[in-house]
Design a protein around this ligand. Structure first.
Ligand SMILES: C[S@@+](CC[C@H](N)C(=O)[O-])C[C@H]1O[C@@H](n2cnc3c(N)ncnc32)[C@H](O)[C@@H]1O
Length: 263
């Protein structure tokens, strides 16, 4: 029997190809097959070797054209052909990426697998906006939560635990439920004026940003009609966006984007 190839679970980062790790870029250049998600940017996909097989398995909200079980099978099948397979995932494969499920399936099939971390969307957003995720005196902790539940079940988050003004709350996949999320947090005592940052397509030329408050973020995000993935940062650290010196802000926004900042 032929020796199986190897699968690399590679974090593609939030979009800017320069945010790939050196290891990710090196392994991508060796790929014979690339199985990639919808959130992997065109700029990163442009780095896939021309002769590599490209297999899109993108999931969109409410639409999973290739079920996770089938993705696992595809990875195993390609590896059993003896190929070097890159499973390319947006951000980091182990942050809301189901990477661990794929590792388990590959390991059970006897396929060697290695994980290459990526810059998660939260870090990408922090770097381009200058909004830190923690800051002495403003946030002593940080939580990443999903704003979307499996099979569109109602959100089942620890709302009282999340309503902690000393902790920055980063909400992934929250665009459809931001009205409920903000309302629940206010019900638990979070101030209506707490600043919220929403960034779509962070670190790409399609990036758009909006700074709002907990009581108006849902309405303003709906009006902004963002396209693509959106990340929310909720907490006092967002106040630093406005106090960022003008020249630093100008440097940070020196990319084609539509910036919508509200007082
Ligand atoms: C399935 S999760 C994947 C997270 C990814 N593994 C990571 O580490 O960033 C998809 C969510 O990540 C966030 N996201 C990913 N890339 C983003 C980007 N470039 N800009 C804004 N949000 C992004 C959005 O909240 C999106 O709905």
């Amino acid at each position: 029997m032929r020796k199986p190839g190897q699968v690399f679970l590679v974090g593609a980062g939030p979009g800017d190809p320069e945010l790939l790790t050196l290891k990710a870029a090196r392994i991508l250049a060796l790929a014979q097959a690339v199985v990639y998600d919808r959130l992997v940017s065109d700029e990163v996909l442009a780095m896939v070797p021309p002769l590599a097989r490209r297999i899109p398995v993108g999931k969109a909200p409410k639409s999973h054209p290739v079920p996770q079980e089938r993705i696992n099978e595809i990875l195993i099948e390609l590896a059993l052909e003896g190929l070097t397979v890159v499973r390319l995932k947006g951000g980091d494969p182990l942050v809301f990426g189901r990477g661990s499920e794929e590792v388990a399936a590959l390991a059970a099939a006897g396929v060697p697998v290695e994980i290459v971390p990526g810059i998660t969307a939260a870090q990408g957003v922090a770097s381009v906006t200058g909004v830190p995720l923690t800051h002495r005196g403003l946030a002593s902790g940080l939580r990443y939560v999903t704003g979307h539940c499996r099979d569109d079940r109602p959100l089942d988050l620890d709302w009282s635990g999340l309503a902690d003004p000393d902790t920055t709350l980063v909400v992934y996949m929250g665009a459809a439920n931001i009205a409920e999320i903000s309302t629940r947090l206010m019900t638990q005592g979070m101030p209506e004026s707490l600043p919220v940052l929403a960034v779509a397509c962070a670190t790409t030329p399609r990036e758009r940003r909006l700074v709002s408050r907990l009581d108006s973020i849902a309405e303003e995000v709906a009006e902004a009609r963002f396209q693509g993935p959106v990340l929310f940062v909720i907490g006092r650290v967002v106040s630093l966006y406005r106090s960022c010196p003008a020249e630093v802000l100008a440097m940070l926004v020196a990319r084609p984007l539509r910036q919508v900042a509200h007082a």
